[in-house]
Design a binder for this molecule. Sequence first.
Ligand code: TEU
Ligand code: CA
Length: 527
Amino acid sequence: MESLKWWQRGVIYQIYPRSFQDSNGDGIGDLRGIIQRLDYFSSLGIDATWISPIYPSPMADFGYDVSDYCAIDSIFGDLQDFDRLVASAHERGIKVILDFVPNHTSSEHPWFRESRGSRDNPRRDWYIWRDGETTKAPPNNWLSRFGGSAWEWDEGTKQYYYHSFLKEQPDLNWRNPQVQQAMFNVLRFWLDRGVDGFRVDVLWLLIKDDQFRDNPVNPDFVPGEPSHHRLLPLYTANRPEVHAIVAQMRRVVDAYPDRVLIGEIYLPIEQMVAYYGDNSNGANLPFNFQLLQTVWNAETIARLIEEYEAALPPGAWPNWVLGNHDTKRLASRIGEAQARVAAMLLLTLRGTPTIYYGEEIGLRDVVITPHQVQDPAEKNEPGLGLGRDPERSPMQWNRSSLAGFTSGAPWLPLGEDHATRNVAMLREHPASILHLYSKLIELRRATPALVEGQIGRVRATKSVLKYERFEMDSRIVIVLNLGHEPTEGIGVAGKVLLSTFLDRYGEIISDHESLRANEGIIVDTRP
Ligand code: TEU
Ligand code: CA
């Protein structure tokens, strides 16, 4: 265990800061609120927290449109609050990972204001400006991931600029060495303040084709999908030159001791693992989103675990995640009974687990009425289910009227179940999902085979997923019933270390022991 880095041994917890804890009654979470909740992280056993963007932003995309990379937006607090957060977290042995948003700035960023000021402005080439095919037709067919063309006409300088997302999020030109240096200095600014690492937003989109070739039509497009799926992003994503950028980013981070570089990469496994590089020049952890998108059955999940493990370059460290601020909540995808089984899967697979805030209390998507919609993804393409507000609702801390999240009007509605589904109530129920997460994290921390052990074959038999984690003389078998019916004999003998039902601890089971519906168990098979 000692030979592993903290980001290999530990459990990461993602906070969406607007929704975690409000400390000043404006209905929006903030840094002082996070500081108030650090003891909660300790009680849960969290080792690191990744905080979604907290920088100055017009909030067109709720912070993923940055107007100053080296400051804190006043709704979250200020740099002094941030320094206090880092110090308080470090006192508790909790690492702080920031969200780095290098692909695009806000259109309010001074860099973009200068760039659009004139065609010969020194910062013109910090962004991607092109003449239209005609005065009224964009340069090519590239589409925004939030709907419509990815080209916005600028009347002032009579050219188009490129934006992968909103027109308020103009893409930086990462082929420009001045952009690279400016953004690497942003990393150094936060590293100098003690930040332990970064989750890099849309790492796979940083470089676009320098010939601006049209993207090919997607023959498999199905109406109802996001409109940008009409094209295959061949020339606007995963360009080969991006790996040289990642290598430079890694060099900047590696100049500081014990830091981590995590990449957001939505690509098929074999393309995503390329972002490890040769382990010295890639991201330490290219995010593995396979469990976010998969159908929830034993056979499919067994296959994707083995495919991922087989695709990892030598020495690459795996990671797994079940949810984030862009994805329907786990308990809404598969129900709470299976969400408990999923928690055992997440916390016993090989590699670093990331928990999305609220997963540990079984938070579901909240119902958002049309006039409550905030997310531009929904506003731009309404009715397709692309809105991400449902998975961004305020954390539910206690049974008070606003769940202890705020004393004001919450920026998004609380879940209808907040009077019963909250940290305080679940703490009182010994068999709650919250206690399951705590016990899983505690067991994982105490069991080297679960942290640094190898993983054996992953087998699916009907609804049952089974795999072994082993190291030295320790052999731990995990058996998960992804079905809603009891199983037959599971063929594992040994001592039960944990059941998702939080009973059975210490029970000695024989080969023909069966599992209850929606039950997972962890068994120590050492004789
Ligand atoms: O998301 C990248 C991205 O492409 C997502 O929009 C995702 O594809 C989509 O939401 C479906 O899951 C990152 C951030 O996580 C997201 O919140 C930002 O809106 C986006 O980049 C732009 O910065
Ligand atoms: Ca606040």
